[in-house]
Design a protein around this ligand. Sequence first.
Ligand code: PMP
Length: 350
Amino acid sequence: MSWEENVRKVVPYTAGEQPVKKGIIKLNTNECPYPPSPMVEAAMRRAECDDLRLYPQFPEKSKLYDTLVSYHGLDKEDIFIGVGSDDVLSMAFLTFFNSGRPVLFPDITYSFYDVWAEVYNIAYLKKPLDENFCIRKEDYMGENGGIIFPNPNAPTGALMAVDDIEEIVKANQDVVCIVDEAYIDFGGVSALPLLKKYDNLLIVRTFSKSRAMAGARIGYAVGSRKLIKYLNDVKYSVNSYTMNRMSLELGEACMQDEAYFKEICNKIIATRERSEKELTALGFTFPRSYGNFIFASHKNVRAKEIFERLKENDIYVRFWDKPRIDNYLRITIGTDEQMDALFKALKGIV
Ligand code: PMP
């Protein structure tokens, strides 16, 4: 017998490429094309190296925690902060999806969900999106072990109305429902008001997209005091000091600059609207996007070919060779200049 037989074997999530080459146009991982707020830069300069000798504060004792509580008008016990929303979601899978019944999520969605389900041995069922890439709420009404979906969905960008989300949460009060709002700040309507009515709802947010801080790894979950307590119990059984000192401080500085946050979100929305027109003129179709990306398919040229040719031009977008979406590209919204370079390259290809 070999030790290898007893290894936990998993197929890991494939994150988008992070090329080191300078000067490329990076539209492949939904990062923000603008820098973080100048207040974050100032906080970075103020940071003391000697502070690194000490373990960080627990997130719930940090200023960032208090700021998020008051920003969302929550009770003190209703937030959990983690190392990007991936950490928050991973802990939530481990904590809440423990019934033996299958957890439900869409067939086309954030491709980390089935990876967490596999690594934690959680049964799951994928529910097909309809032909317009929208979630069919009826699919989430039967017996299940929990529900998770992003809103807006990724990589499609499609938004579900809060009333429809409420129907799902209301019909599933015997399980935990997670709404992943990674992209909600680009024109979507948040399900946060539902938290007052439902103690089985967890909403997950990130600083990686609309707050331009993917490199700092900050995410958080908002939910009832009971949910957050269970989440913390599991998290503190895995790793006590997850959030590093710098991230807690820089996240707090970021939250102080609401004007800048709104400004970059509005710029991205304006560029997305312009990009929709340009892409349509080039022969692409796509569902209406409420994220900082567009999920587009061309009428004549296969997505894989466009993807490869763009890469030769140092323009990176995202392509998945998977059923139903293998003729689509997910294009992150960059600056206007980056998008113009993309349209120019696309004109040459299609
Ligand atoms: N949820 C969704 C839907 C995403 O697309 C991403 C980004 N890959 C995440 C969560 C995780 O983002 P982060 O860990 O940077 O917060």
